[in-house]
Design a protein around this ligand. Structure first.
Ligand code: FAD
Length: 524
């Protein structure tokens, strides 16, 4: 039996590797041409694959590593050399991929057994047991922040109960609360500077891959400058990144997790999603590292020092990984096929030019797009409340936005980008939330310092110089009234809609149309 490892299954401790010592890896170059991926994404994946190849060989595995145009070409060559071989493959997270790959193997005379994907903390059976145990109330309304068909908050508590993560000896949540989000909406003071971001010197393999990527893929989007490349490519580097995050950035992660600061791309975020999604880190070990450091800090505290990591920071981080990441994976599984094509609001606008060029006077958009171009990364609030919020109220086709996120981000894979962009950001389905993540300039102004340097006025809704977020926001509510008025917690917003007179609406419509025109012309 041979373990076939895909490019996002790079966990050297994955279960199948414990039982078999022959490994197949295929670096499929044509596959990477499906979209003009960010060069850092391609460099990251191919470099991490080659590093794992070498590490496994050093550990005594017999690794067949094929550079091929496609998986089909790679499998042709593989089965010529090892006719009739049996492969074992962790079921890929992206919908349909497992069955497609198994068929390709069978067409070449081999067989392929799909086994559990080792990159997650929970299993499909865990999810099904939760859904069955909650029945109707999986979607119920207890006033916690999310909604829609499935409730992340319920799922998150369930997983913590089942796993014992951050529970006390009585089985209650540490500190008495499940959720400390109320303490996690601060913005840093003006003289604050963020902790350092770990840097990993590209080695010979990364440099070689990078040269190949720059040479081979000409439809490139985003910085191909290796100096901008910050991502761990080995398990060892990923462990260093985890350690650095826990020691240096986790303490402030909670309070500043929703903040945005001009000129700062990382703040206190972990930057671990690429390593977790590639399998270099297991989500459970990431959570354990954070919780262990929190507990160690408390023990020191009992001896007289103050706790190193506040509970709201560690809980906020655990929620992201145990709650959101696992939740998105299962909602995607449940919602595919179909989720990637849904568009309940019927939005059809193309992406504003600024998403491609990064050229715009809007400080928030220019910062967020700039971070993606430079690093293939923007943190969660930039993704949700700038990049997808703006696209949502502008009317962008969710499929087009999904594609943009997918090709632009180093941590993007269909299973995780789709529910986040189509479900959460675009409100193209109500599976994840009962109301859209749509807001005017108020949110960006409250959570960032962007508006102070922006030539647009965040307090103006219409007329020259008014912030594009404002007219688009009201226009969006009006346009989608049929779907949104009765939904979730939109009552307050629609009471403001009702307060506006005809003259105000005429000015809003005129400004929104003007902004969409500017978006197309690239003059936003
Ligand atoms: P941190 O803020 O440090 O959070 C810790 C970890 O929690 C992350 O590394 C990630 O593993 C997990 N996490 C948190 N929120 C989510 C979430 N909603 N879904 C999945 N995992 C989550 N995440 C991706 O991994 N790939 C994507 O392509 C992606 N696209 C997104 C698109 C949109 C529109 C939005 C709103 C969110 C998207 N996310 C995506 C989720 C989240 O924004 C990123 O996981 C996070 O910003 C990664 O940065 P970080 O590692 O510094 O995260």
């Amino acid at each position: 039996m041979t373990v076939w490892l895909l490019g996002d299954q790079l966990n050297p401790n994955a279960a199948p590797l414990q039982h078999h010592d022959h490994v197949l890896m295929i670096e499929a170059h044509g596959f990477a041409e499906r979209m003009p991926y960010h060069p850092q994404k391609l460099t990251l994946v191919f470099s991490a694959m080659r590093h794992l190849r070498d590490d496994l060989r050093a550990d005594g595995y017999d690794v067949t590593y094929l550079e091929a145009e496609s998986f089909g070409d790679g499998l042709d060559r593989y089965f010529e050399a090892r006719p009739g071989d049996s492969l074992v493959l962790q079921r890929p997270a992206s919908h349909g991929a497992g069955d497609r790959l198994r068929e390709m193997v069978e067409e070449r005379g081999g067989d392929c057994t799909l086994v559990a994907n080792d990159g997650f903390l929970t299993t499909p059976a865990d999810w099904e047991a939760w859904v069955a145990s909650r029945g109707e109330s999986a979607a119920g309304g207890d006033g916690t922040s999310d909604g829609g068909t499935y409730r992340q908050e319920h799922w998150y508590r369930h997983v913590r109960r089942e796993t014992g993560i951050l529970l006390d000896d009585e089985g209650d949540p540490v500190g008495g609360e499940w959720n400390y989000d109320d303490e996690n909406r601060e913005t840093p003071p003006g003289d604050w500077s963020p902790p350092p971001v770990p840097e990993f010197e590209p080695d010979a393999i990364t440099r070689e891959v990078h040269e190949f990527v720059v040479d081979r893929y000409d439809q490139r989007w985003g910085s191909a400058d290796l100096a901008d490349f910050r991502w761990p490519v080995t398990r060892e580097e990923a462990l260093q990144a985890l350690e650095q995050f826990v020691a240096v950035r986790l303490p402030e992660f909670g309070p500043y997790q929703d903040a945005m600061v001009e000129g700062e791309w990382a703040l206190d975020h972990s930057l671990l999603s690429p390593a977790i999604n590639l399998g270099l880190l297991h989500p459970r070990e990431v959570v354990d590292a954070a919780v262990d450091a929190y507990r160690a800090g408390r023990e020191d505290g009992a001896a007289g020092d103050s706790p190193a990591i506040p509970l709201n920071s560690v809980e906020g981080f655990v929620r992201q990984v145990v709650g959101w990441r696992e939740f998105m994976r299962h909602v995607y599984r449940e919602s595919m096929p179909g989720m990637d094509e849904t568009n309940q609001l019927g939005q059809t606008e193309p992406l504003p030019e600024a998403y491609w060029t990064g050229e715009t006077d809007m400080t928030c958009l220019s910062e967020a797009v700039g971070h993606v171009r430079e690093h293939g990364y923007a943190h969660h609030i930039e993704r949700l409340m700038v990049l997808s919020n703006f696209a949502l109220i502008y009317g962008v086709d969710p499929g087009e936005l999904n594609r943009w996120f997918h090709l632009g981000f180093v941590d993007a894979f269909h299973w995780v980008t789709t529910p986040n962009v189509v479900g959460m950001g675009s409100f193209a389905t109500d599976a994840l939330s009962s109301k859209p993540y749509a807001s005017s300039a108020n949110y960006v102004n409250r959570m960032s310092d962007y508006c102070s340097s922006c030539p647009y006025h965040h307090t103006k809704t219409t007329g020259e110089g008014s912030c594009p977020f404002n007219a688009l926001y009201w226009d969006f509510l009006k346009e989608n009234e049929g779907t949104l008025r009765g939904t979730g917690r939109m009552g307050l917003m629609y009471s403001h809609v009702d307060d506006k007179n005809d003259e105000e609406w005429a000015a809003i419509e005129e400004r929104a149309a003007e902004i969409r025109e500017m978006g197309k012309e690239g003059t936003l």
